[in-house]
Design a protein around this ligand. Structure first.
Ligand code: NQM
Length: 377
């Protein structure tokens, strides 16, 4: 458990990469029950709201300002449950209202590392509940037996995901129930395309969609971009970012999400025709900084838009057919493959999605926060 170390409290912590994100994971049972105190501890752990997060372990970017809080499942049919917390360099918010499919990839490895799940075969499959939105995923990781016959999570392997150097053991993720995670339904306005009026920009065609991540899908060209910029180019273009943010605020209201000024969603997806043999080219803003690749559920949601008649994604995407569809979502550091299982009787309905990630335990130890922040002793 936690213990005192001089003027600080030491909290057991595994620092892990999940997909293309990274952050500390904790046993949720060791943290304060009061969410206000818990959030103060998490802000101190990361070093937010300092933009450089110099007094914590955040990496000064939204993709490295994420935390996982894991516990054994407390509901039937759930092996492990976790809450994802998004922090931001430069802000004092701890947002647990939306999902992260990248950090999700590290949850089962964490549960095995900490003894919450005990592997009994070369592959371990578990049902993981993301408490943020109630989403359940079926996740499989490699758990070979070591020299003494004891099984462990293997991080070694040949699986590659764009945005992470080298190969690693595969983490397979399948989703069944992602539609309407935050916005309540797949198409919160009831339409595959809406035309919204944006101050300073004019009429803009968008697809407002949530298949795990609430997204605004817009043609990059309509925002004054090519859709092939580097993330650094997008982050440096204040006028482009202002247009995108103005669009986001209007779309937040249209999606029934209210005033999203201080929220991390909807995320913005600028789309363009594919250029590397994929289905669609994307640049994601999450929501104010450009993603180096694309979020997992953002990729699932963008892929879903590609199979919906008349969507804005469909205007620029390559053709797809069949009821088991493989969608290659191009992004700034490569591509992200999503497999969608469509309902044969209702091809506009996505029954399930599957994808590949990797994860790795980077560091194991204690995270220290001052007793002035939290004193459980
Ligand atoms: O969409 C970044 C990430 C994400 C979220 C973000 C994610 C997802 O890449 O499921 O993975 O959108 O803030 O970690």
């Amino acid at each position: 458990g936690t213990r005192r170390r001089g003027s600080q409290i030491a909290i057991p912590c595994l620092f892990m990469r999940g997909g293309t994100s990274r952050g500390p994971f904790f046993d949720a049972r060791l943290l304060p029950e009061d969410t206000g105190v818990r959030d103060t501890v998490l802000l101190a752990a990361m070093g937010s709201p300092d933009p450089r997060q110099i007094d914590g372990i955040g990496g000064a970017h939204p993709l490295t300002s994420k935390v996982g809080l894991v516990r054994p499942g407390t509901e039937p049919g759930v092996d492990v449950e976790w809450t994802f917390a998004q922090m931001q360099p430069g802000r004092d918010t701890v947002d647990t209202s939306s999902n992260c499919g990248n950090m999700l990839a590290a949850v089962l490895p964490f549960a095995i590392e900490t003894g919450m799940v005990v592997p009994t075969a070369d592959l371990t499959t578990a049902r993981v509940l993301t408490r943020n939105t109630g989403m359940v995923a079926e996740i499989t990781v490699a758990t070979p037996a070591g020299p003494a016959g004891v099984r462990h999570v293997s991080y070694e392997g040949q699986a590659r995901i764009d945005g992470v150097p080298g190969g690693a053991a595969p983490v397979e993720i399948g989703f069944l129930d992602t539609a309407g995670s935050v916005a309540g339904s797949l198409l919160p306005t009831g339409n595959t395309r809406d035309t919204v009026e944006v101050p300073g920009v004019g009429a803009v065609d968008v697809t407002l969609i949530d298949n795990g991540q609430p997204l605004v899908i817009v043609a990059a060209e309509r925002m004054g971009a090519t859709g092939y910029e580097t993330p650094a180019e997008i982050d440096a273009d204040n006028e482009l970012k202002a247009r995108v943010e103005a669009l986001r605020l209007v779309c937040g209201e249209a999606m029934g999400l209210g005033d999203v000024t201080e929220k991390n969603y909807p995320k913005m997806t600028l789309v363009a025709p594919p250029r590397q043999g994929g289905t669609l080219s994307t640049r994601s803003l999450i929501p104010r900084v450009c993603h180096q690749s694309i979020g997992v559920l953002a990729a699932v949601t963008a892929a879903t838009a590609c199979v919906l008649e008349d969507s804005v994604a469909r205007d620029v995407s390559a053709d797809l057919s069949g009821t088991e569809v493989t969608v290659s979502v191009e992004h700034p550091s490569g591509e992200f493959t999503v497999t969608l299982g469509l309902d044969p009787d209702a091809p506009q309905q996505i029954a399930r999605s599957a994808l590949l990630r990797t994860a790795r335990l980077v560091m194991a130890g204690d995270l220290l926060v001052p007793l002035s922040v939290w004193d459980p002793t």
